[in-house]
Write a protein that binds this ligand. Sequence first.
Ligand code: CP
Ligand code: NVA
Length: 314
Amino acid sequence: MNLKGRSFLTLKDYSPEEISYLLDLAAELKAKKKQGITGNSLKGKNIALIFEKPSTRTRCAFTIGCIDEGGHAEYLGKDDIQLGYKESVEDTARVLGRMFDGIEFRGFSQENVEKLAKYSGVPVWNGLTDTYHPTQILADFLTMREHLGGLKGKKLVFVGDGRNNMANSLMIGSAKMGVHFTILAPKELWPEETLVETCKEYAKESGSVITISEDLAEVKDADAVYTDVWCSMGEEDKAAERVALLRPYQVNEELLERTGKKDTIFLHCLPAVKGNEVTAEVFERFADVVFDEAENRMHTIKAVMVATLGEYER
Ligand code: CP
Ligand code: NVA
């Protein structure tokens, strides 16, 4: 599989085979790291990490993943560069493309990460926008493979803000990979109809079933229950409104009971607001899974960089 030179902007751009390849590569790099083996596949490569929004996992995953493979990572925070206000995205992209071999972008606009890719001429990786968070899905799927033994035919239920970057990207990834995917959310927070239709088209190929519902009974038979914050970064002013809308959609022991299964796992991309989208009790019961998921950000992001930029023989 040759992904050399490709950007990673949304999972829409990747085939199921390519997603599987990235997951296999991540598992391989993870196993090696556990044995103390790191590589040199990014030797001589410099990568820029642009962060308009804060981050713990994504920033650290790109930094450590890059250093583990012999590359150099340079952090450019929101006060360090003037992206989009004193310098156009197109111009910053062309400058960074002359100096760096790859660029990670976390920020608000999906359009901007796409512009960076178009104008820089180097691989650009989406570290989260308002619309998508594709690298997170690779970590979630690696964790599901590890804890559930596979992806195809598993039922993943996302409960909460059903139109945020996580819900959107999980729906795309699930539809591509044959994971049955359900969003449980109030109608006001359902995903855009056009995206649901696109995912239903992918699902025809993979055999996955996509369901959007307000009815918590649809959690039945879930192999994994997923939630995320009720207010994403940049939406802090919506806190009161979201709490009122989403209170019934909290992941608690009562909701997990409704799966009718004993071995359902709980997933969360983190950071978590315990007492809102998940109770502290559920969170702690599944802490091992959730922190495997957080660790897997590093192995999967490393795999994306190695596959699109590195010199690596499998
Ligand atoms: N899950 C995730 O993207 O975490 P950070 O915001 O800490 O990067
Ligand atoms: N939906 C969250 C995800 C954080 C990883 C946000 O955008 O803030």
